[in-house]
Design a protein around this ligand. Structure first.
Ligand code: PEP
Ligand code: MN
Length: 336
């Protein structure tokens, strides 16, 4: 961290600032130039609050040299984090595909979709039980019953299940869930992230609608700093000025995240596009740019889906998509 001091900085303020920085175990050295004086702060500066530094009247400006996230940072953990869930391995060179409906709607629906996606090669089943909907009048999910139905589909197929949590109060209901999803809208629900950090279970953390890559990594840091280092990051499209697609898939976020962090990065082409025919090209793009997995919405009757029908592909489409993904993965010296 480099701090530029004001020309008229009072020695008392500079001393107070130095003490504050040293209290975080940082080493502070002063460089006096012709025009300005700099404080060079060395050590682990991730727990130094920039606002605190700026609040000192001696400070003109401050710049971080080191990223504010530590546990998620590849600099301190050069090897990929590998997360195993059932037969799926995230971050280990394979490309697991999570598939299933947006919402769990009934036993027949979830079991039928689970069997179909398993047959086509998916290694995890997704399905929302607690649904974050823009309108309070839209289908809100089957809640605890939805989780029970997912567990039935798991028993029928052996597929591990992924489902979204919205409140820390619901954590006990997720005991048998294999991967807990934090949706885009809750990426910065810090109390939820901290509680999930106390579990010993993989967390699928989606990027917020309007959050930066660094904010996503800071949210991962919230989970990891509580002890749970099994975090899978998910790029699911961000809000831009474009209205043709539901969101804009930020493909560059995938290699950027993989460069900055050792955590696995997966892509959700369904929420990124909102349109069924875009699921295939965006899935291929994700694999080509190095994604460690995909999460795809599949519904056995998209026209009558209770949520996200317009972006849900059918089991037949999914079965046609999987071999295409496999071929590209092979060309990239990887495997679906
Ligand atoms: C979902 O996975 O169904 C979902 C609501 O996703 P997101 O949080 O990315 O919008
Ligand atoms: Mn959805």
């Amino acid at each position: 961290m480099i701090i530029v001091l004001k020309q008229n900085a009072s020695p008392a303020d500079v001393e107070e600032l130095t003490k504050m920085l040293e209290s975080h175990n940082a080493t502070v050295s002063k460089t006096v130039g012709a025009r300005s004086t700099l404080l060079d702060v060395i050590g682990d500066t991730s727990n130094i609050d920039m606002d605190n530094v700026m609040a000192n009247p001696a400070v003109e400006s401050v710049r971080r040299i080191q990223e504010p996230y530590k546990k998620a940072n590849r600099k301190f953990h050069p090897d990929n984090t590998v997360i195993k869930v059932g037969n799926a391995i995230f971050g280990g060179g394979k490309i697991p595909v999570i598939a299933g409906p947006c919402s769990v709607e009934s036993e027949e629906q979830i079991v039928e979709v689970a069997q179909a996606v398993k047959e086509a090669g998916a290694t995890l089943l997704r399905g929302g039980a607690f649904k974050p909907r823009t309108s309070p009048y839209s289908f809100q999910g089957l809640k605890a019953d939805g989780i029970e139905l997912l567990l039935e589909a798991k028993a029928a197929t052996g597929l591990p299940i992924v489902t979204e949590i919205m409140s820390p109060a619901h954590i006990p209901l997720f005991e048998d869930v294999d991967v807990i999803q934090v949706g885009a809208r809750n990426m910065q629900n810090f109390e939820l992230l901290k509680e999930l950090g106390k579990l010993n279970k993989p967390i699928l953390l989606k990027r917020g609608l309007a959050n930066t890559i660094e904010e996503l990594l800071m949210s991962a840091e919230y989970i990891m700093s509580e002890g749970n280092e099994q975090v899978i990051l998910c790029e699911r499209g961000i809000r831009t000025f474009e209205t043709y697609t539901r969101n804009t898939l930020d493909v560059s976020a995938v290699p950027v995240l993989k460069r900055l962090s050792h955590l696995p990065v997966i892509v959700d082409p369904s929420h990124a596009s909102g349109i069924t025919w875009l699921v295939e090209p965006l899935s291929l793009a994700a694999i080509a740019c190095g994604a460690d997995g995909l999460i795809i919405e599949v519904h056995n009757d998209p026209k009558h889906a209770l949520s996200d029908g317009a972006q849900s592909i059918t089991p037949a489409d999914f079965a046609r998509l999987m071999p295409k993904l496999g071929e590209l993965a092979k060309a990239c010296k990887r495997e679906v």
